[in-house]
Design a protein around this ligand. Structure first.
Ligand code: B12
Length: 366
């Protein structure tokens, strides 16, 4: 008996290396109105592209007129780890090595967009071949104006957790999403119900209290936003909470009990960048433009740009409190870029305050 179109596509997705492949209709996700409220409340910060494309995001049929189905895909970026990620180091003594930087797991690989686009476009070709010459398809990995998590939940890949990420029962939290919008009619899979129960560990774990309610992230407080997307001055009251994180944050996902079902995938591991696991902070501050591009070519870190990354490194150095960072910070404090210079001065003040001998409390009788 010939295979159904759905089974053919599932087999092909698996052969191409994806860890899950499911189908849903191209109808607007029921949760789309939440996007409008979230934008109206300003929770997107400076990510103006979300507002510009809001009406398309709310309905895939506005992205691809005539779309009937969405093929949703997951690709795990989990690594096999014997131990959980170490906590941020305490202020060190001069005998310890300089504290390293912390980079989000997803960014410790080559940029996932081009890595996943190759198999994704190969799958889109199979869709078009199956559907015949009139079939139209659009393939995205993070790049399109679509509510990827909402569509993937309706297709049954996983459920939107209280931290707002998609959680899978078989992959845990560490996976990317991609999808193909198509005019081909495919039988939808059943949606996945929410399985957070009464758990609120992700809310408690967020260092900056960015999860202001279950299923509600104020991006303006989120370390991923502040260190990657945001181009301005990091609000001073949030800086101490960044710890040594210089690019993204995983704390809400790491706190999720479903992370124990993590499974390494096949597409990302060959692109791992072990040098990004714990790079030296001072070395990063001293990178000139050419060295920055050489070091981070093909990685997600280019998105922060050199000035954004150096801004983040200043904050992390201030938080680690290591006096050996002072010479590099003093050089950065006279940087022609006023934003980098201001963050460097903040870090110097913070380290010097720590170094200053504690003021003795006034005695009652003095
Ligand atoms: C903008 C964006 C960000 C922003 C805002 C994040 C956010 N939560 O919206 C910032 C920069 C902060 C960010 C951070 C991260 N991101 Co991001 N991001 C996106 C992007 C481009 C759009 C997301 C979006 O539409 N937000 C709009 C708002 C309204 O979404 P929301 O608040 O979550 O609400 C929606 C749903 O949660 C749902 N909903 C709301 N309430 C409820 C209640 C219930 C009961 C249910 C069921 C649903 C539900 O409806 C809302 C409308 O869609 C997507 C790619 C894409 N096109 O979808 C990637 C994406 C979400 N990011 C991703 C990743 C990996 C991350 C980080 C983990 C990276 C990191 N380690 O630093 C963090 C995670 C932080 C977090 N807790 O969300 C992955 C997530 C994969 C997954 N398994 O879920 C995506 C899908 C990219 C991809 N293709 O893989 N991201």
């Amino acid at each position: 008996m010939p295979l159904s179109a759905e089974q053919t596509l599932r087999n092909r997705a698996r052969a191409l290396g994806f860890d899950d492949c499911r189908f849903t209709t191209a109808e607007a996700p029921e949760t789309a109105p939440v996007l409008r409220d979230w934008l109206a409340a300003g929770c997107h910060g400076d990510m103006a592209y979300l507002t510009r494309t809001a009406s398309k995001r709310a309905d895939p049929r506005r992205v691809l007129p005539g779309a009937r189905s969405v093929i949703t895909l997951a690709a795990s970026y989990a690594r096999v780890e014997p131990h959980p990620a170490p906590p941020p180091p305490p202020p060190s003594s001069s005998a310890d090595p300089c504290p390293p930087a912390r980079i989000a797991r997803y960014a410790q690989f080559a940029d996932y967009h081009p890595v996943l686009e190759t198999p994704l476009h190969a799958l889109a070709e199979t869709v078009n071949t199956l559907g015949g010459p009139l079939t139209r398809s659009l393939a995205y990995v993070d790049t399109g104006p679509v509510l990827e998590r909402d569509l993937a939940q309706r297709a049954g890949i996983g459920f939107v957790g209280k931290h707002t990420g998609l959680v899978s029962r078989s992959l845990g939290n560490w996976f990317f999403l991609a999808e193909i919008l198509t005019t081909l009619d495919l039988r939808p899979d059943p949606p996945e119900p929410n399985r957070c129960g009464t758990c609120t560990r992700c809310l408690a774990a967020c260092p900056t209290a960015a999860l202001i309610a279950p299923f509600r992230l104020d991006a303006r407080r989120c370390i991923a936003y502040l260190t990657i997307e945001f181009k301005g001055s990091i609000p001073p009251e949030l800086r101490p909470h960044l710890g040594n994180r210089i690019y993204g944050c995983d704390d809400c996902l790491a706190a999720c009990p479903w992370s124990r079902f993590t499974r390494p995938g096949r597409l990302m591991p060959p692109h791992a960048q072990p040098a990004l696991a714990a790079p030296d902070l001072v070395g990063l501050l001293d990178l000139d433009d050419a060295a920055f591009h050489r070091r981070f070519a093909g990685t997600p870190l280019l998105r922060a740009q050199r000035r954004g990354l150096r801004r983040n490194v200043c904050v992390a150095l201030g938080n680690t409190g290591d006096e050996r960072a002072l010479p590099a910070l003093r050089r950065a404090a006279s940087d022609p870029d006023a934003m980098v210079a201001e963050h460097a001065r903040w870090a110097i003040d913070r380290i010097e305050q720590r170094l200053a001998p504690p003021t003795r409390p006034l005695s009652r009788n003095a």
